[in-house]
Ligand binder design. Structure first.
Ligand code: SF4
Ligand code: SF4
Length: 194
């Protein structure tokens, strides 16, 4: 049997109590945080935590170990791409945002390599299925950086093979934190040019 929803009272239909309640909660938090921040400046109540906003991109949070960051294509010791253009990642991708063009590899022991390997980050949902599907550890999401988040054209958000491989080189040569430092430097450059 279908239940009839309870009828709203006149006061509830005005929504005023809810609006006033919401404003009261916001004001209470604002006053509390303002007071605590002022007290902290003068060295008081240091044990009472006040809410803070991370001043991104100048500041950043430490991501958890399980964080799935921007992709990278792993490279062989000789610096070439590890990917064999088998298309398993593109097939597994639920967002259909991996675009690969395969070519004959000059080395007879390796059948194919990706002439073009692109990820459309505007479509990617960061599910990690591509990483799971890859049989040769050629793609990873252990970069601890998010992809580019500014741009005016769709092409700005398409990560090419060169970009994806460069991330692996940076990780190998300068460590994981260097990727974020480069990203923040790029933000600052973009801001300076704007
Ligand atoms: S993380 Fe998911 S959506 Fe993004 S490229 Fe990989 S499989 Fe596709
Ligand atoms: S990244 Fe892995 S799964 Fe995707 S095409 Fe290359 S080798 Fe295949």
């Amino acid at each position: 049997m279908q239940r009839t929803p309870p009828k709203l009272t006149f006061a509830e239909r005005l929504y005023l109590p809810q609006v006033i309640g919401g404003i009261a909660v916001t004001t209470r938090h604002f006053a509390r945080n303002l007071l605590l921040h002022v007290l902290h400046v003068f060295g008081f109540a240091r044990d009472r935590r006040a809410a803070v906003t991370v001043q991104y991109p100048e500041e950043r949070k430490v991501y958890p170990e399980g964080y799935r960051g921007a992709h990278r294509l792993t490279i062989k010791p000789d610096g070439s791409v590890r990917c064999t253009a088998c298309f398993l990642c593109a097939t597994a991708c639920p967002a259909k945002c991996i675009h690969i063009e395969a070519g004959e590899h000059p080395d007879p022991d390796t059948e194919k390599y990706p002439v073009r390997y692109e990820i459309d980050t505007l479509q990617c949902i960061y599910c990690g299925m591509c990483v799971e599907a890859c049989p040769c550890d050629a793609i990873r999401m252990d970069t601890f950086v998010h992809p580019r988040i500014w741009g005016y054209r769709r092409e700005d958000f398409i990560e090419t093979k060169q970009v994806l491989m460069e991330r692996s080189r940076v990780v190998q040569e300068r460590g994981r934190d260097a990727l974020m430092e480069d990203l923040l430097a790029a933000y600052r450059d973009a801001e300076a040019k704007a």
